[in-house]
Design a protein. Structure first.
Length: 488
């Protein structure tokens, strides 16, 4: 017999405790034999595991591949009659109990409650709604508004329902941001709690599988993570299928029946850590209203290429456990990767770029700039030259570089990276340390954010203003420190 709970690891989630949920009868891809099995769930942390049991008393040897390693969907009916469909299932364990049974364990990405599908082509949906906690301030709208005392209105808080705000739409689908809210009907309580929850609402003109909705939602989530500088998490999820509906009477209109989805796209550690840090509004790289000025279609074309860069950016901004040297190295790596992926990878391409770029420069500056941008790159493009190219910004923007000029800063950053990665004692005296290292990190972050905004398709004026605004606290802090040092 199974225990009432177990520990489970699947899809990068470590040691999720699963509680026994139900026993029932299950079919693989809704065909062939029906098997008995036990379902274990942890909705909060996204754990979904089904253990299928096959008796082996008559046939003591059952093949490891009696059931597939990957199963598109599993349909089941619990002993109390509830219908369930598990989607995107992967074998996580196999146990042979000689003379008793074979147990095949499957972890599922999704569980659809209250429905059985006949085939894979039926598991398609017209919309998906996903809640995403922690972005109320980013959205900058609220269903609840303060109401000053008035003679004809004695309410302190009013309900003003916010209409969905469109983030993006094209000929295939649309994505909107909206807030659900609580409206307590029982007011005879000592404590009344009002809740509002931000959601992404994705509507498709064609029926799509659940994975495609997740891909769209992840793209939007990444944008918001860039904006707030913190990893985010999906919570509740609901999908709709036009063939699944309520029909109360024959002549009445059909009402779509939303399907609750338990899913594996949760991370309890991220949620817990995120609650420890309250991000104030002025820290956002851009807000929801400003995101509407970006070019989401442009971003979609480069999102996959940018993903390793974004991981380094988000990890460095969010993870308080990293040392300052690790933060610094993350930013250097992100910028080096960005330059290689989005500007010039090979030395041949880089040389062509530089010669084209120098055409806009006055003759008197060309030799000096060519040395700055190409001087150390003999067989490949070195870090110093990549950084110098990023700092030049096509001669359209002037970054804050502290007490260094562009050449000095690029060399300092390269020396510091090499010191920390190779730990060369010869570079120790050249490397940034202490307060200078912190300042270096913020300058690098400022440069990376410039190019992130550019890739998102924001207008040049917005990018320049935002980047200058975000570096101001660093400039002020450095000036205060200098005055203090001079005074002492």
């Amino acid at each position: 017999m199974f225990l009432n709970s177990l520990l489970y690891k699947f899809g990068g989630v470590d040691q999720v405790e699963l509680k026994f949920s139900a026993s029932g009868f299950w079919k693989v891809n809704n065909s062939g034999d029906e098997y008995t099995g036990d379902l274990f769930l942890n909705e909060k942390e996204g754990g979904i595991v089904l253990y299928i049991r096959i008796p082996n008393k008559e046939n003591p040897i059952i093949s490891y591949l009696t059931l597939p390693l990957e199963i598109t969907f599993i349909t089941g009916t619990t002993i109390n009659g509830a219908e369930i469909t598990l989607v995107n299932c992967t074998r996580v364990s196999t146990e042979s109990r000689v003379g008793s049974e074979e147990v095949f364990g499957y972890g599922a990405k999704f569980m659809l409650d209250g429905v059985n599908f006949n085939s894979k082509k039926d598991i398609l949906f017209s919309s998906m709604t996903i809640s995403m906690p922690g972005i109320i301030q980013w959205g900058d709208v609220s269903n609840y508004v303060r109401n000053p005392w008035k003679k004809d209105n004695n309410s302190i808080i009013d309900l003003k329902i916010v209409e969905p705000i469109e983030i993006f739409s094209n000929s295939s689908y649309s994505v909107s941001y909206y807030l659900s809210f609580s409206d307590p009907f029982d007011l005879m309580k000592e404590k009344i709690v009002l809740n509002q929850t931000p959601h992404l609402d994705i509507k498709s003109h064609l029926l799509l599988p659940i994975n495609e909705y997740i891909d769209i939602a992840n793209q939007i989530k990444r944008l918001i993570e860039i904006a707030v500088g913190s990893p985010l998490n999906f919570d509740s999820m609901i999908v709709e299928n036009p063939n699944i509906y309520y029909e109360f009477e024959k002549n009445e209109h059909r009402h779509l029946r939303p399907l609750k989805v338990i899913h594996a796209y949760k991370n309890s550690d991220e949620t817990r850590l995120k609650k420890e840090r309250i991000i104030t509004k002025h820290e956002y790289l851009f807000t929801l209203s400003e995101l509407k000025k970006a070019n989401f279609l442009q971003w979609q074309n480069v999102a996959d290429t940018m993903e390793p860069i974004l991981e380094l950016y988000i990890d460095s901004i969010y993870n308080k456990n990293l040392s300052i040297s690790r933060h610094f190295l993350n930013m250097v790596q992100a910028l080096e990767t960005y330059h290689a992926r989005r500007i010039a990878d090979s030395l041949t391409d880089y040389k062509k770029r530089i010669e084209k770029l120098l055409l806009i420069r006055p003759d008197v500056f060309r030799d000096k700039d060519r040395k700055l941008l190409l001087g150390d790159s003999k067989k490949f493009v070195v870090l110093k030259n990549r950084l110098a190219d990023l700092l030049i910004a096509d001669y359209k923007f002037l970054f804050h570089t502290g007490d260094f000029n562009i050449d000095e800063l690029a060399q300092k950053i390269a020396d510091t990276r090499n010191y920390y990665t190779h730990y060369s004692h010869n570079l120790e005296y050249k490397a940034l340390k202490d307060e200078e290292l912190i300042t270096g990190f913020h300058i690098l972050r400022n440069i990376l954010e410039f190019y992130l905004l550019k890739e998102l398709g924001f207008e040049e004026q917005f990018i320049h203003e935002r980047i200058r605004e975000r570096i101001k606290p660093v400039i002020t802090s450095n000036e205060i420190r200098k005055v203090d040092q001079e005074r002492n």
